[in-house]
Design a protein around this ligand. Sequence first.
Ligand SMILES: N[C@@H](CCC(=O)N[C@@H](CS)C(=O)NCC(=O)O)C(=O)O
Length: 215
Amino acid sequence: MIDFYTWFTPNGRKVSLMLEETGLDYTTFPININNKEQFQPHFLAISPNNRIPAIIDRDNNNYSLFESGAILLYLAEKSGQFLNMNNREVYWRTMEWLMWQMGGVGPMFGQVHHFTKYNKGTSEYSENRYQNEAKRLYGVMNKRLGEGQFIASGEYSIADMAIWPWVARFNWQEINLNEFENVKRWYKEILARPAVKRAWNVPENEQPLPDPDVP
Ligand SMILES: N[C@@H](CCC(=O)N[C@@H](CS)C(=O)NCC(=O)O)C(=O)O
């Protein structure tokens, strides 16, 4: 059993996607970051960077982990799913695109959300800088997804799960997915997965699942 500390944000949803896809047993513990619950001592004990997501694996001596990328890797190893350990090419391509997400998409799209969605008009320079960088990253993704079904290889993997919840915020980023047709194709294929619908509501929330074809 996994204790899953999370909130309904892109980084939290990476892990809820993985938990729902693998079928691993888990219990959700909501950490409302708008109410500063991420600073509670019991949470800081497992997530010293005061950020969700974090997990405790009750089946493994209460082993705890923070950082979504590390958690995805841990759950892939635990479940034997969504990270191909046998095919070295697929394994390293998955690592490569997972790291690309952690170092690029997450931090940069996060800044777009900060400036363009939540603080519009306060810094034109920052809005432009991060939106241009987000568009560049969408372009990289679009090219890659024109070469194969999923981001790392022909297999759905933790790299897709790391990126997808950030792309799901295309409206907040003022990105028109019709300009990135391969990203849109990939986004919609993953959107159709039953596990995605369940994961989106962890923890329970009112946010509709974004469909680029539904205004
Ligand atoms: N690199 C971290 C980033 C986690 C992160 O930024 N989490 C946000 C929500 S998406 C958070 O907990 N923010 C609370 C805060 O900034 O205090 C990861 O991938 O796990």
